[in-house]
Structure formats: structure tokens, C-alpha cells
Write a protein that binds this ligand. Sequence first.
Ligand code: UDP
Ligand code: MG
Length: 310
Amino acid sequence: MSNNKISIVVPMHNEADVLAQLVTALGDTLTNEDYELIGVDDGSTDDTVTILHQLASEHPNIVPVVLSRNFGKESAMAAGLDVAIGDAVILMDADLQHPPEVIPTMLQRWRDGADIVNAVKRSRGRESVVYTFAAKTFYQLMGSALGDDFNKQSDFKLLDRQVVDTICACNERNRFFRGLVAWVGYSVEEVPFDVAPRAGGHTSWTLPGLVRYSLRSLIAFSATPLLLIAWMGFFTTAAAGLLGLQTLWNYSTGVAVDGFTTTILSVLIMGGAILLCLGVVAIYLSVIYDELKRRPVFVIRRPRTSQSTK
Ligand code: UDP
Ligand code: MG
């Protein structure tokens, strides 16, 4: 058995159907490793917590972490990283879409010296055309903000202890794990994998949830939308100056036309543009407001002791 301690962190939201399969699959793959499995229950409404505790009573290396409500996958991963004690920490999904068979290769790369091992998608699995297009656009924008290729990236990663400590020290609330990992630097290796179909249950993501998550992540890492507004303001002012000069010229030469349509159109277009720009600024403001409150990223619900159950 290797003398390194490995932590496997798994965020779980309504994963009762797949938990036992996950534990067996990890056990079969990591036969020669000293590992702990940190199962972070993210406010599940099914039997995830019960099954997690039951599995923990059978396998002493399972550490159940129960959040006080559904905080979202990013917060659940942050909670897992906080609790993990391993020399290396592996983050993976509960539904076996991240195949455990890839883990030995990731561990080998880490033992050969890599601080971060990214499991990258060889193919993106089965997704709708709209989803693929939206994901590509989002990752393009994130890539231009962080200078990384995000399209093939996943949350399936191995992090060395010092990387985990650096990420835990980043206490921003609007978290985008993949962005943080790209931002911290260190030496990075990649291992390809094929996204497997979900082992059971179903995805917790909804379209509005995904849009909100993408917007927040983009804003947490990029000021490009704000800069675009500044450029828009610059070009509009330049165009307005030229148009103003032409209008004055027409007025002075007596050929000014009575342009009611033009006036209405320019008022509407400018009004719309100003409101749109204000909206972008408002989104940034709301994120700043959220950060300013400095509330914790997650809340762990501790099991009650017998004295405190009154
Ligand atoms: N997850 C979570 N909290 C949430 C939503 C999802 O912890 O609010 C977990 C989920 O249990 C799974 C992982 O995040 O382990 C990925 O979720 P899912 O499989 O639903 O997403 P997809 O694979 O479709 O991107
Ligand atoms: Mg999944």
C-alpha cells in the first residue's frame, strides 16, 4: 500500500440511486491506496444522507459531510476541499460520469511531479445542439478571460495538497472551480477520458440554473462586459459628434429636413442601449454586493450530540 493519503471529494445532490455503485467502483479501482471518500451532501431531498451514513458505518474510510441546505455544486466542492486531509485530493461527480478507472493514471502523473492533473473530455458525451453551442460560447469567453482552453475541461481533477491550500485561501463567494484551478498556476498535466452515461438518477441542472451559473462565473473572472460598454460609449460619442456636425451644417445651409422618424428611432435605440449597459453594470453591482456581505460559502450541519438533542 502506498504511504500517501488520498482524498476523493464527491459533491452529491439527490444521488441515492448511484452511491453504492460509486463506493464499489472506487473500492475496486483503488485497491492499493490509502484513501478517504468525502461525500458532501448538498441539501438532497432523497435518501442520499441516510445511504451515505449507512455506507460510512460499513466503510470507515467514508466521511459524510452534510450541508445545511442546497448551496450548489461549487459550494459543495469547496466544503469537501476544506474537510479533505489527503496529500492529494481528487474531485469527481457521484454519477460515475467521471470514470474511476482514470484515477490510477491521475495518481501516477501526480507521483511523477504534477501539482494538478486535469481529466479532460476526449468527447463531450451526449448533449443537445443548443447545450453544446451555449457551452462552447461560455468556455470561449472564459478562455479569453483566463487564457485557457475550457471546452474540454471538467471538474474531474487531482490537486496536490499545496494547490488545495491555495484554493481554500480564495474565499470569494461566486466560485468557478475550473477558473480558480486555471488561475492558481502550478504545474499541470492532462489525462483524457470519455464521459460515461449517468449511472442512475438524473441531472440536477435546469436551464435557468445553468444560465445563472454561467453568468455569475463569467462575471467572477472577467471584466470584458464592462469594457465593452466603455467601447460602446466611445463609438457612440464619436458617431454623435459627426452627426451633430452634419446637422449643424444642414441647419446653417438651410437644408435641414424635418426628421420625426429619425428622432423617434434614435431616442428608442439610445434608450435601449443605455438601459442594456445599466443592466450589465447592475449585474456586476449585485455580485459585488453579494461578495461584500462575506457570508460563508457553505454551512456544514454537524450531527447532534445526545446532550444537544433536547
Ligand atoms: N451536484 C451538487 N449540487 C447541485 C447540483 C449537482 O452537488 O446543486 C452534484 C451532483 O450530485 C453530481 C455533480 O454535482 O455529483 C454533477 O451534477 P450533474 O450530474 O447533475 O451534472 P452534469 O453531469 O449533468 O453536468
Ligand atoms: Mg453528471
